[in-house]
Design a protein. Structure first.
Length: 379
């Protein structure tokens, strides 16, 4: 296809905030512009809460000069062409792109070191989210350094990599924080281990379930606290990985420590501040609480701040926010995906609810969320 300017175009899923529109649009087919770039044929793109939120126009922005934003930040594709300076990728390889691109400020030390997930000034861009087009298109171009090679046998699961990196970075942050407890010698084979520690994962969406798998693989006794009563398909996955599913309909937040014991780690993946702060109130002594949810702005809520502050101080607790992920988290996600496939093949397969064609984009983005991870497949 060609557009009015004679450029080749392809189908993409995008939002046009000024028109409050969501759907398929024509987007120019990208070409190599620099020697270190790679052209990728898109195979799978996951849909997540962030995409759905962008479609309500409270989050996300088109690139400068464009009235629309191509969505999609959880992608997997096949390399079809590489620039002259590309070193480690070739046509036929499978890759997963990361999401965030560094700012250009010389004074932003994290971005200068390739740790744009910690960008210090907010001038980063994110593909498919903030001022940069995403991957919900037939093909895209990316620089080699923002791509992770995927072993072919993980191809079918690789669309789960990006949401899994959120858990990997979260866990790395938890280990970094708990280095403050020198008497805790939770090391096995040179790696930290959660053996003997209790983790509570809040929420059983894709971020929660992948988080629970990550914590379980790291050795934690893992509990997933979620609203829906069991039995349900999410509870089945949780039980299949040797974690315990607890419904808030059966166990009140205040009774969680009675079920779990001392809560050493909370991995928040629910995005609802009232629930998240309630559970912060039952974090154990010396515990660490990892926030990952990004709630839409809402009315102020009431929290028992005196009690929370007393607990945090008297219990030496750490509360950490984490966003996006670095290269190390992508590498860890590959190792963990392989582990999940080996140990829990059916459970990890069940995280991908269904693959749809691009024509289903509006129902997937705008109607009630169903299943766990829905994917748009371009094959
Ligand atoms: C993405 C992250 C991103 C964050 C904030 C999440 O859905 O997975 O990569 O940094 O949204 O925009
Ligand atoms: Zn996402």
């Amino acid at each position: 296809m060609r557009n009015l300017h004679g450029e080749h175009t392809m189908k993409a899923v995008g939002v046009t905030p000024s028109q409050r529109e969501v759907g398929i649009l024509d987007h120019s087919t990208p070409e190599l512009q620099q020697d270190d770039e790679v052209i990728i044929r898109t195979l799978d793109v996951g849909i997540c809460g962030t995409d759905r939120e962008i479609c309500t126009f409270v989050y996300g922005d088109p690139p400068a000069g464009s009235d629309y934003l191509v969505l999609g930040h959880e992608a997997m594709g096949e390399v079809i062409e590489v620039g002259a300076a590309v070193q480690n990728l070739k046509a036929g390889d499978f890759v997963v792109p990361s999401v965030r691109r560094p700012c250009t400020d010389e004074n932003c030390l994290p971005c200068k070191q390739g740790l744009q997930d910690f960008c210090s000034n907010g001038n980063y861009v994110e593909r498919g989210i903030k001022e940069c087009h995403g991957f919900m298109t037939e093909s895209f171009v990316e620089r080699e350094r923002f791509l992770t090679y995927i072993p072919p046998d993980l191809k079918d699961l690789a669309v789960l990599m990006e949401p899994l990196t959120i858990a990997e970075k979260g866990l790395a942050q938890a280990w970094a924080t708990q280095k403050r407890l020198p008497w805790v010698r939770h090391y096995e084979n040179g790696k930290p281990t959660g053996k003997g520690l209790n983790a509570v994962v809040l929420g059983a969406g894709p971020i929660g379930i992948l988080g629970a798998m990550t914590m379980r693989a790291a050795g934690f006794e893992t509990y997933v606290y979620n609203r829906s009563p069991a039995p349900n398909p999410k509870a089945e996955i949780v039980e299949a990985i040797g974690a315990k599913y607890i419904s808030s309909k059966d166990v009140a937040v205040s009774d969680l420590p009675g079920e779990v014991g001392s809560i050493d780690l909370v991995y928040e993946a629910v995005g609802i501040s009232s629930v998240a702060f309630d559970v912060l109130g039952v974090l154990g002594v010396n515990g660490v609480y990892i926030f990952t949810g990004i709630p839409a702005p809402g009315d102020p809520i009431q929290v028992d701040a005196d009690q929370l502050m007393r607990n945090i101080v008297l219990g030496n607790q750490s509360v950490i926010g984490t966003v996006n992920a670095d290269d190390a988290s992508f590498k860890a996600a590959i190792r963990d995906l392989a582990y999940f496939r080996k140990h829990w093949p059916e459970a990890i397969d069940a995280v991908i609810t269904r693959r749809y064609s691009i024509e289903s984009c509006r129902e997937l983005l705008l109607e009630r969320a169903t299943g766990i991870k829905n994917v748009i497949s371009f094959e």
